[in-house]
Write a protein that binds this ligand. Structure first.
Ligand SMILES: Nc1ncnc2c1ncn2[C@@H]1O[C@H](COP(=O)(O)OP(=O)(O)OP(=O)(O)O)[C@@H](O)[C@H]1O
Length: 236
């Protein structure tokens, strides 16, 4: 059962303070939302947590162990997986092969085939198994990206705008998949602009504005929070 926390994270780009003492905690079996207006620092915080960017200050702790200086590969081996805003699929490979290749990173070949089939079913793309990833509509491609992240059986799953490009029907199915992943014990962290998805699936929501966390709480509270309304929801 994995838990993740980031504390007091500061990142600067030249004169810009992209993160200014920000942090969050995410527990096993829970979906934790990170929201905020464009440029608030959400992706930068994911970059720090996943090891793509070294912070000026702050710590990242996975299962009680300080991983702030670990490489992305070391974090992946400790059970952390991430998806990106831009899709990172093998465009010319089939949907099934995208999953199989991801599964082969951590499993023997024969087992990878079985894992790929299980994942196809789990993400609801069995009927598209032979389609090349390039030919998928965006919503299905996003599901495949999550499927690839699940192939390593992560304890922590970081999702950066996974619902972008999905229609309402796809987003509903996606919400069910996220609940299923969390029910399996995974700590899911969700950066997402689709407020109805965030408010319907998250157990806890952290709101970032100008690099700082301005509110933390369950969705019902966050929706009523004046600071949040001013910083974020008011903007929409
Ligand atoms: N590589 C970079 N170089 C310079 N500035 C950057 C870089 N990456 C991010 N920034 C700046 O840091 C701030 C935080 O950006 P970030 O992408 O983390 O925000 P975000 O909350 O993820 O936004 P969005 O919702 O639009 O994806 C912004 O002011 C952005 O312009």
């Amino acid at each position: 059962m994995a838990s993740l926390r980031a504390d007091d994270v500061t990142v600067t780009f030249g004169g810009i303070r992209a993160l200014d003492g920000a942090g969050f905690a995410a527990g096993a079996g829970r979906i934790t939302g990170l929201i905020g207006p464009n440029g608030a620092g959400k992706s930068t915080l994911f970059d720090v947590v996943s090891g793509l960017r070294r912070p000026r200050t702050g710590t990242v702790v996975l299962d009680g162990r300080d991983i702030t200086r670990d490489t992305p590969a070391q974090r992946a081996r400790r059970g952390m997986a991430r998806t990106f805003q831009r899709l990172e699929l093998f465009g010319r490979l089939s949907v099934r092969d995208n999953l199989r290749v991801a599964a082969e990173l951590g499993s023997r070949r024969r087992e990878a085939h079985r894992i790929a089939d299980d994942l196809l079913e789990r993400i609801g793309l069995t009927a598209d198994a032979g389609t090349t990833a390039d030919a998928l509509p965006t919503g299905a491609a996003r599901l495949l990206e999550v499927g690839r992240a699940l192939a390593g059986k992560p304890g922590v799953l970081l999702l950066d705008e996974p619902a972008a490009g999905q229609d309402a029907q796809e987003t509903l199915r996606f919400a069910a998949l996220l609940r299923d992943i969390a029910a399996d014990g995974c700590a899911v962290v969700l950066v997402e602009h689709d407020m109805s998805l965030v408010m319907s699936v998250c157990d806890q929501v952290h709101v970032l504005d100008l690099g700082k966390v301005v509110a933390v709480g369950p969705p019902e509270e966050i929706q009523q929070d004046r600071t949040v309304l001013a910083a974020y929801l008011g903007e929409a």
